[in-house]
Design a protein around this ligand. Structure first.
Ligand code: SF4
Length: 199
């Protein structure tokens, strides 16, 4: 069970394979054999995650610790935040969460304030400049509420997390949609990054 992995000088935490989207471009859908180790037979428990992380006796040597795996980390938001809390006790390494922005929909509560002081960067998959395109590309479990819910999360989390970045993927939408996505990010007060499909 691969709970953590390293890419370059970042440490990644793979907490769950659950996700509230089924994006047409997701490697889970298109090439599930690409990173077979990231398929978990079950979600690791909090003690298992902490035991794994304690095996890195020099957490400070990483540039970043990132919650990102074969699933949506905020499907386990409370556990994820508890891991952040414990990491903050032992390292100043910045913590990033890569998310689809559905945390408040999943928990049925307003979640952005919970990130305060625990998460340094949130990268939110905007993916589309309008709800219809989002529905087609991301096939969200929350249906038409997903896009507005994700944007509401993004609008609010900028007040609690120092760095917020919205992302979209080159080639999945027309270039003019990427420009509209960048405009949405600007309006929210977030950064914007265009990702390549194989990341
Ligand atoms: S939100 Fe991320 S993990 Fe979930 S289906 Fe989309 S690309 Fe895959």
């Amino acid at each position: 069970m691969v709970i953590s992995y390293q890419i370059k000088n970042s440490l990644y935490i793979n907490m769950t394979n659950h996700c509230t989207n089924r994006c047409v471009f997701c490697v889970r859908e298109t090439a599930p054999e690409t990173y077979p180790n990231l398929w978990l037979e079950r979600d690791p428990t909090l003690p298992e995650i902490m035991a794994e992380l304690s095996s890195y006796n020099m957490l400070n040597r990483f540039d970043e610790i990132v919650f990102c795996g074969y699933g949506e980390p905020t499907c386990r938001l409370y556990d994820m935040l508890e891991v952040c809390r414990r990491l903050k006790e032992v390292t100043a390494t910045p913590i990033r969460v890569n998310t689809n922005g559905h945390a408040s929909l999943i928990l049925k509560e307003n979640t952005p304030p919970l990130f305060k002081g625990l998460v340094d960067c949130v990268s939110i998959s905007l993916n589309a400049a309008d709800p219809e395109t989002y529905m087609r590309l991301c096939r969200p479990r929350f249906g038409e509420d997903a896009y507005t819910g994700m944007l509401k999360f993004a609008r609010e989390v900028v007040y609690y997390v120092p760095k917020v970045i919205l992302t979209a993927i080159r080639g999945t939408v027309p270039d003019e949609d990427l420009e509209r996505c960048a405009e949405i990010a600007r309006e929210i007060g977030a950064g914007f990054r265009i990702r390549d499909l194989i990341e």
